[in-house]
Design a protein around this ligand. Sequence first.
Ligand code: BGC
Length: 579
Amino acid sequence: MTFKLKPDQEQKIEDLISQMTLEEKIGQMSQVRHFDDVTPEEIKSKFIGSVIHTQGPVPGSTAAEWQDKFSEFQKQALDTRLKIPLLFGVDAIHGQNTFEGATIFPHNIGLGAAGNPEIVERAAAITAIESKATGFNWVFSPCVAIPFNEKWGRVYEAFSESTELTSKLTQASVKGHQGSNGNDGVLATAKHFIGDGATDFGVEGGNTSLTKEELIERLLPPYQAAVDSGVSSIMASFNTLNEVPMHAHKAMITDLLKDQLKFDGIVVSDWKAYSRFGQNEIINAGIDMVMAVDGDLDGFQEGVKAGVLNGSISEERINDAVRRILRQKFRFGLFENPFPDKSFIQKIGITEHRAIARQAVRESLVLLKNQNQALPLKRTSRIVVVGKFADNSGLQSGGWTVNWQGMTENYSGATTILEGIRKFALHEVKYDPDGTAAIEDVDVAVIVVGENPYAEFFGDIGGEMNLFQLTLTEEHQQLVQSYSQKGIKTVLVLISGRPLVITPQMELSDAFVAAWLPGSEGDGIAEVLFGFFDFKGKLPHSWPKSVEDFNGKYGPNYWESSIEPLFPIGFGLCYNLEK
Ligand code: BGC
C-alpha cells in the first residue's frame, strides 16, 4: 500500500502547523494510556495526539463500550481550537489480542513457518477490522526483528531469522493492516528499530554489538520493505547499538531511516522512553511521538517546551514531528471520520475470520519427524491425549493474549487441540492431563508439551527474570519419558515461542510436530494430524541441538558460526515424503 496524500492535504498540514502554538505541537507528540495518565478533560487541555491501550484496565466490557470510551476522548480532542483528531493505538500483535473474543492468529513465528504472504496479508486485514471494531485506528505491529538467539523472550513476535523471508512477510503484513485507500485499514508499525532481536546473549533491551555493515545487511531490509509498502509508523527499540540507546541514535533514526530510506511516517518511541533514554536527546535524534506513559507526560511536555525555548531543540524539529503525525491522520481519513464505526462490531471473531486463522494454524505446523506411521492419525485409532497444553487455549496462545503476559486458562471463542482431536476420532478419546491416568486399549498417544506464556523480558532466558529455560520442564520431560515406555506410538506436539532443545525427546517419540503458538483456533491442528491437510510449514529458524550452543554471543544462526543445528532453517517433512 502506498496510497499518498492528496496535494491539498499537504497544504492543509502546513496551514495547521503555522497556526499551532508550541503547546499544541508538543501535545500532538504526546501519547498516553486511556487510564491513569490522563482524564478525558486533559486530552483537551494538554492537546494530546494519541491514546493507547495495552496492559491494564480495559475500556469496557463490550466492544460498544470500548468504542464509546474512545469516542468520549475523541470528542475532547475535537473540542480543541484546531480540532485535530486523536490516533488510538493498540498492541494487536496476533489479532486484536487485547479483546477477549477476537480472532487470535498464530504468533509471527508460526506465520514465518507458513511462509505464505497471502495468509499474512489476510490475517493483518482481519486484525485491522477487529481493531477498528474495538475503537482503534493504529496497531503496534508487525515486529520485523531478526532474532539471533533463542534466549530472547520475544523470538515469537518475529517471523523468522531469515532476512529475506521477514522482508517478504513484512510487506504483506503492512499491506494487509493498512488496506488500500485509508478507509478500510489502520496504521501499521514496524518495530523495534533496530537491533531488538540481535542483542548480545539475546537480552531484551540489551546491547547490539553488530557493525553498521552487518546491521544494514541483516536487519535493515525488512524496514526498507516496510517503508516501500508505505508503513505509517516505526517504533524505536529499547536496545543500545554499540552502547548508544537506539532512541537517541540520530544517525540511525534521522540520517538512515528518515533521510536515506525516505520514511515519511511517524517514529514512535517505546514505553516511557523520554525518561529512560535521554529526554530531549531522543527528540533531537528524530523521535516524533513519545509514549509518555506511567508518569512521564508532564515531564515530557515541560521538558520539550523548555528545550525549544532555550534553543536546544529547533522549532523545525518539532514541526517535522507534527507534520509526520498530521500526515497519517489525514492519510487515514481521521479528519473526516474521527469516530469508530459501530457496524464493525458484528465482525469480531466471526466464522470467516476464524477460518483464515485456522488455515494459518494448519500451514504453520512443521513436521520434524514421522516414523512407524505414527502420523497421520487414523480416525479408527484409540487415542489418548496427554498434557495440560492439549486442552487449554491460554497455554496454547503465548504472551500478548488477552493479557500482556498471556493466559493460563481458556478464553472465549477459542478451541483447543483436544477438542479438534475429539471432532475426528471415531472412538472416545481419553485425556490424561498430568500423565497419571491408567492407559489400556490405546494405540497412540498425542503428547502436548510446551512453554508457559510470556512476553518481553519475562521470557528472556538467563536474564533478569530467569523464569524459563531452553529445554522442556522436568515435568514435561517426564511425561514424554513415561509415555515412550508404554509400548504405544507417541506423537509429540510442541507449543513454543521458539525452537527449544528437545534432542532426547525427539529420539523417544515416533513423530514430532512444532506447532509454535497457534492462537484461538487450536482445533485446526487436528485437521493436519489426521491427514485432512498435509504439512506445509518449514522451519523459520535453525533448530538448536544443545543448550551449550547458545553460550556464545549469538545462537547457531549467527552467520559466522560453525555450530551445526539439529535441523537447518527451511526443514519440514510432509506426508507425501513418507509414501
Ligand atoms: C513493547 C512494545 C509495545 C509497547 C506498548 C513495549 O514495552 O516493547 O512492543 O508496543 O510496550 O505496549
